[in-house]
Design a protein around this ligand. Structure first.
Ligand code: ADP
Length: 266
């Protein structure tokens, strides 16, 4: 509430009383806050594909242009990343008015190995730079799933980009997918990185929450990646959990209900 007090003056300038106006400003403030968060979200989510496009353009500039097969591949990546950015902007607009019950998912049949390998491919520069090895394992019983591909790509990009950011040179990342004991699809991204202290774990999905602000910012982080990931996973009717040990590593597990192909519901 905003309280405004106006004195009621007598003719002799003395105060006879006051008028108090109580104004409900919570709604206006909420709107302003979500507007600010939205702008920050957009910047963060556009940074990942822009970084990829930039590194591929630089690689072309640095000589890849003279090797036609390589140049073709790099141009292909630039084009698909640009298209993904356009879809991301559209999705971010939806995300800004996010309501998991009314959010329309665009599900499609997704080959899990292909999806996970494409994520790894998008980060091949950073992975090579830090000499981080990656393994992708998909349970042969659960080869594909009916998912909103753009949404889950965004979740995976956020998780893999964190795993790279917070893992020292020479570390490793394991990505696994398969049905778990509750019959859900579990996708886990496990790293051998710096980990997260126990006291910070319960706050890690909050918007802007970062264990080490300076480190996160230096790495290009904004503290939004995990909260966006959680929103998308919840829209799928799933959940996301994090387990970590300082100086040992972190594992983020996404659990998604397995829905029948062609299903339009969350
Ligand atoms: P950021 O853009 O800062 O990475 P996120 O929302 O993705 O934002 O993550 C929030 C914070 O959680 C990070 O700043 C970092 O402190 C911590 N974190 C996330 N993933 C990892 C990880 N794999 N290893 C260690 N810390 C992590």
């Amino acid at each position: 509430f905003r309280v405004t007090l106006t004195p009621i003056r007598r003719r002799d300038k003395g105060v006879a009383g006051a008028i108090a106006v109580l104004q409900d400003v919570t709604e206006a403030e909420k709107l302003e806050q979500s507007r600010r968060e939205f702008v920050a979200n957009v910047s963060h989510e556009l940074r990942t594909p822009l970084t990829t496009i930039k590194s591929y353009a630089e690689a072309l500039d640095d000589g890849a242009l003279d090797e036609p097969p390589l140049a073709d591949r790099f141009v292909g990546v630039i084009r698909s990343e640009t298209e993904r950015m356009i879809r991301l902007v559209t999705d971010l607009l939806h995300l800004s008015r996010f309501d998991s019950r009314h959010n329309q998912l665009r599900r499609q049949k997704t080959d899990l190995t292909e999806m996970l390998e494409e994520v790894v491919d998008r980060f091949s520069f950073q992975l090579r730079q830090k000499a981080i090895t990656v393994s992708v394992k998909v349970d042969h019983q659960q080869k594909s799933a009916w998912l909103d591909r753009d949404g889950i790509d965004q979740v995976l990009d956020n998780l893999v980009s964190n795993a790279i950011k917070y893992t020292l040179d020479g570390g490793s990342i394991d990505i696994t997918a398969g049905a778990n004991e509750t019959g859900q699809l579990a996708i886990a991204v496990k790293d051998t990185g710096i980990g997260i202290p126990k006291k910070d774990l319960h706050r890690i999905f909050e918007r802007f929450y970062r264990v080490d602000k300076a480190r996160s910012r230096n790495m290009g982080g904004t503290g939004l990646g995990l909260s966006i990931a959680r929103e998308i996973v919840r829209a799928h009717g799933g959940s996301i959990a994090i387990d970590s040990e300082a100086n040992v590593g972190t594992v983020v597990t996404v659990q998604l209900p397995i829905v029948p192909e062609g299903s339009e519901t969350a």
